[in-house]
Design a protein around this ligand. Structure first.
Ligand code: NAP
Length: 277
């Protein structure tokens, strides 16, 4: 067996072990009991996994994304397991749509305590001079403007009930350059700047704002990659992460247990940003 085949086998076994912990019976820890949370990009991938784990942790969850059918399906699944959830079709790049998302959250649950601004979009890998202007603009609109608009409307709603916690989705591509995806990298770097600034704008008003920077996580885009073993080899822990491993960190950051953490960016990357292994 080659080194990379053996690595993949070990990685698949670890994944199977973790799945027993997660999909069969999502561990609810009560960390978010009584809190109302918005999760953007909740139609699939990390956002959908996070919505399920937020609900299992006691939150009333508002799922946002453009695909109305997909967020309704995730919400129905949460309701069927005894959680509380509503789905609000939203385009995070559109101020009217984001303002409506926050208003519908208040209409449904009366308050807003937490938000995971996770929606994101990339573009085809291309050297910078060949990136289409519309592709660059879409990456900035969804990743950067989307996080700005989300916070712009979430923060006033949180202030009305005495504060809250926000987690913005960056990436290891927000901490270092990545060849061929300048629009995505610029957006994800910008999210860290927005996060630090928002954290400094509201510390006395009990609003905490943090970012996370995941490395490779096994969602649809990575599942399609033929060279997944190469991706895993570049991670010191030697595997690709699971969406649930991101979600549990976000739950904790949104909880009162993280009460002294604001303005931070936390890598969730199997050690990749620590240096060369
Ligand atoms: P994904 O499966 O492609 O999900 C992206 C989510 O964003 C979908 O729910 C999508 O929903 C939503 N979205 C895209 N454009 C939107 C818009 N204009 N308005 C509202 N929602 C929109 O990706 P993922 O892997 O779960 O990634 C989620 C986030 O993590 C992204 O921000 C991504 O950049 C970041 N991230 C991922 C990885 C990774 O390896 N997977 C690593 C680091 C960071 P609709 O299409 O229904 O709108």
């Amino acid at each position: 067996m080659t080194a990379s085949a053996s690595l993949l086998e070990r990685s698949d076994k670890k994944t199977a072990d973790r799945e027993q912990h997660t999909s069969a019976n999502l561990r609810g820890n009560g960390l978010l009991n009584g809190k109302v949370a918005i999760i953007t990009g909740a139609s699939r991938g990390i956002g959908a996994a996070s919505a399920r784990i937020f609900a299992a942790s006691g939150a009333k969850v508002v799922l946002a994304a453009r695909d109305a059918g997909a967020i309704a399906t995730v919400a129905k699944d949460i309701l069927s397991k005894g959680g509380q959830a509503v789905a609000v079709p939203t385009d995070v790049g559109d101020p009217v749509s984001v303002e409506r998302l926050v208003q519908q959250t208040i209409d449904a649950y009366g308050r807003l305590d937490a938000a995971f601004n996770n929606a994101g979009d990339g573009h085809m890998p291309t050297a910078l001079a060949d990136i289409k202007v519309e592709d660059f603009e879409r990456a900035i609109r969804v990743n950067l403007t989307g996080v700005f608009l989300s916070m712009k409307y979430e923060i006033p709603a949180m202030l009305r009930n005495g504060g809250g916690a926000i987690v913005n989705m960056s990436s290891t591509a927000g901490l270092t350059g990545v060849k061929g995806i300048a629009g995505y990298v610029a957006g994800k770097h910008g999210i860290i700047g927005l996060t630090k600034t928002a954290a400094l704008d509201y510390p006395q008003l009990n609003i905490r704002v943090n970012a996370i920077a995941p490395g490779p996580i096994l969602t649809d885009r990575l599942k399609q990659l033929k060279n997944r073993d190469q991706v895993a080899l570049a991670v010191p822990i030697q595997r690709i992460g699971e969406p649930e491993e991101v979600a549990y960190t976000v739950v904790w950051l949104c909880s009162d247990q993280a009460s002294f953490i604001t303005g931070a960016t936390i890598p969730i990357d199997g050690g990749r940003m620590a240096g060369v292994a």
